[in-house]
Design a protein around this ligand. Structure first.
Ligand code: SF4
Length: 111
């Protein structure tokens, strides 16, 4: 019993440590809509935002372990517990690919 409590406490401490360093954690939740958006431009911006996060690896591992049902975690888009290589736009694909934002990180921060 005591060993389980110690392991749980250590696991919670590790989680709190890396989560406290998350780039998206600003205390207001202002970035949340970006990470759960259905818009391709928002998803790209969220993924770019994650690239600068110091806990990207831990975040991705934790999301994979939890089988996240949706959203961008650790720089990857999840759907039904799996990483999606690419999200397709609804409807017929365009004949010309849409332009990528010039600076997706700046776009993510201003969103
Ligand atoms: S990798 Fe992305 S979603 Fe995960 S904590 Fe960092 S900024 Fe947030």
């Amino acid at each position: 019993m005591a060993a389980i409590e110690i392991l749980t406490t250590e696991s919670e401490q590790v989680r709190e440590t890396w989560q406290a360093r998350a780039l998206c954690r600003d205390g207001t939740g202002s970035a949340t809509p970006l990470f759960f958006s259905e818009e391709l431009q928002d998803i790209a911006a969220a993924k770019a935002f994650c690239q600068e996060c110091p806990v990207k690896g831990q975040c991705l591992d934790a999301a994979t372990e939890r089988r996240e049902p949706w959203g961008v975690w650790g720089g990857e888009l999840f759907a039904n517990g799996k990483i999606l290589a690419r999200k397709r736009r609804r409807g017929r694909p365009p004949k010309v690919a849409p332009a990528e934002p010039a600076d997706p990180i700046a776009a993510a921060r201003s969103a």
